[in-house]
Design a protein around this ligand. Structure first.
Ligand code: SIN
Length: 186
């Protein structure tokens, strides 16, 4: 799959005629909501786990020295908590550009904090995208993050802001907090 997924995402879902669409954010979309939204709420999806297994060529690294950012991997039975945003469909023009480095939109069933169930869209970087880095021990991921930076800033800032945002939302994520622990001792 091409590393730039903008065109693929544009053609994936017909959002015409829709007044609003729910988006599930689990990584930078939690701590950097640089788009207008109509409503937001903590939300969960089932069967997925947050992992720093995606390479970043355009935000927290470069094509020559990619950073490491979050994606979701299949994890039967796992519950991933993030933030749901109800947005106008035109927001996806901005999001498709922002998430263009290997992320594809998928439809997911999500549960909002007040118990509502709805279908939403989520950006996932699957293992067949050219920027995918895959698993590594948390200690190595922390070292990788510590030395990476890109046009959006230090890779460490991404990890630390996400960890703080998860804590504020009372979300326990052992993978993220373990990387944070190693990173703070680098
Ligand atoms: C997300 O936050 O939902 C997508 C991945 C990212 O931009 O970090």
């Amino acid at each position: 799959m091409s590393v730039d997924t903008t065109a693929l995402n544009r053609d994936r879902h017909d959002l015409s005629g829709r007044e609003d669409v729910w988006l599930f954010g689990y990584g930078s979309l939690i701590f950097k909501a640089d788009f207008p939204f109509l409503e937001s709420s903590p939300a969960t999806i089932v069967g997925w786990a947050r992992r720093f297994w995606q390479g970043s060529h355009d935000h927290r690294g470069t094509p020559e020295a990619p950073g490491r950012v979050a994606t979701l991997v299949r994890a039967p039975g796992a519950v991933c908590t993030g933030l749901g945003y109800r947005v106008s469909p035109d927001v996806f023009d901005h999001l498709d550009f922002r998430e263009k480095n290997g992320y594809l939109r998928f439809t997911t069933e999500m549960t909002l904090a007040d118990g509502r169930h709805c279908d939403g869209l989520v950006y996932i970087a699957t293992e067949d995208n050219q920027a995918y880095l895959g698993p590594a021990p948390e200690s190595e991921i922390a070292l990788h993050i510590a030395r990476s930076r890109g046009p959006s800033g230090d890779n460490a800032e991404y990890l630390l802001r996400l960890a703080n945002a998860l804590r504020e939302l009372d979300i326990d994520d052992k993978h993220v907090f373990e990387i944070e622990r190693y990173l703070r001792s680098c």
